[in-house]
Design a protein. Sequence first.
Length: 292
Amino acid sequence: MILTRKTGFALLGILLLGGCSLLEKKEENPYVRVQDYTGKEFRLPNGDKNDKIAEASKEKVITGTKEFFLKKYKTKVKVNNIVGNKDGASVYVESVGEPHFHTFAVIPIDTQENVRPEGIWTQEGEVEGSIKSGIYALIHEEKLNRLDNYLKAFVKKHPVIGLREEAYENTSSTGYTTRYYYITIPGDSLEPFLSQYLENPETVKEEYEAKAQSLSADPKEFRIVIELFMKEKQEPDQKVFDELIADIEEMENLPPGYYTIILNDNFISKEEGYGKKDNTLMRRNPNYIIKN
């Protein structure tokens, strides 16, 4: 092809139009203001195809997941989100009633694109740890109320916020979870409580509290992660971060555990659902705040 001035401009125009489209797609911002994030954009690696398949069989996925949790864990759950993964779909749920917790299960999708609810599975210890997290929150409800009230007052006083409720409902599998923090239980000290729950899910808070009176557990077996975001489009504020740390260090009558403190800027990853970046301020392992 001979390039004349006229054909050259025509080609340039085509390349520019196509290039702009590609450029826009390539440079699309992967982050969104945390105030606007609902978690609906949340994705898992290589899951786009199965995401569509699971969506087409949504009722089958929901019914199968509810039956699985009721049968294996004697727990009624609400399905918050279904996200395709490489081999099936991850189903994010929360328990109905108490103990309250968030977790997930995986429903397989075979090579013929059939959803297989009979094959639902969970990662080892995932649901069990989430149940224990919910029981921990029940046992320490009054102390957690103290932490809740403090954090609500802190965000009113400072230019920081937490996650939207929809965001952690659609992306979280971190046991007992709120806008401002979540609780994980890496230790085994609550195994007797888990066994009691699985034997009798109707066990009431008072029974767990009474059982906890004889509990002498190492605080490192309980992890409370407090994570906040800046309210405006700005870097994490060191003074605000330091004040939050100082307050938690000085507060008495908080739930026992190892506390991690995180302050992000205003943005959260759309597809990955987390806010931690190079500029994030963190007080964490090995320098936890320890409460006995």
